[in-house]
Design a protein around this ligand. Sequence first.
Ligand code: 13P
Ligand code: SF4
Length: 322
Amino acid sequence: MTQIALEPISSIKELQRRIRSLATQKNAIILSHYYQRPEIQDIADFVGDSLALARQAQKTKADIIILAGVYFMAETAKLLNPDKKVFIPDVNAGCSLVESCPPIPFKQFIEQYDNRFVMTYINSSIEIKAMSDIICTSSNALKLVQMVPPDKTLIFAPDRHLGEFLQRVTGREMVIWPGQCIVHEEFSADQIKELKKKYPDAKVIVHPECGSSLLEIADFVGSTGQLLKFVQQDSAKRYIVGTEEGIVHQMRKHAPDKEFIVVPPVIGCVACQQCPYMKLNTLEKIYNILLNEPAENEIIIPEDLAERARIPVERMLEWTDK
Ligand code: 13P
Ligand code: SF4
């Protein structure tokens, strides 16, 4: 495809208008995660958590999917749509959880256990998915853990905080891989306690990727989609939000009369309530994908790997619906 140079467009509104018009022209769908920049969320066809994004990708009739999120989300969309073109606006939009679980040590780790059942968080590489029995997200993990045959040694990877949370709530013994998210790891229970002193009426809502000291003091723990639903249905007027700040854009839209306080960064940590990977995507990069369909941004997965990784992803969707 002949590459078209991007002319500078100074107005966000004009850029958004051009993206929407090109997306319609090319029958492209833009799927955005809640942690994307607000101006991206605003032009997306769909904004959701990782499970909802996978479901949208599964049912779309579009020819092109642009996944405004991180790499593993685009890979999941491609797994579910092998015949469609799937693009990520910035190929460096990775995830620290994915990096914390490299394939070779993970293979050695799981092979220590006979009669194992490997449940892997969707925040993992395609190679790790291919070694798994089922994938989960933070919205269906509690349900899926309880469906794993009781005689199996349950291995959970790569997020140790989510794994420990599932173990505590369900009582199911697990062998847990020690990975973590660099964003959620930074939130501290002391900061939340300070905020609670200032806003005693506020409810604390956190993502299960946070450490156990936060999860224990939270009024509600859930995936990004579940946190958004909670603030819409709950009666409180103020919330202390322990997750990436992008979600607050939707919270303010859907519950405009409520106040949302994002847990501030610890001293010395600049903007650490922002995911540096999620924030790599920009409107300009999305526009470039639609104009040029750059080969380097297209998700390509070797077929033998895709075949193996697709099985646990499809099993997740099936079991979630049971
Ligand atoms: P959700 O499943 O809640 O969208 O979480 C994905 C994620 O990367 C959180 O850090
Ligand atoms: Fe990965 Fe954490 Fe960013 Fe989510 S917030 S994409 S888990 S690094």
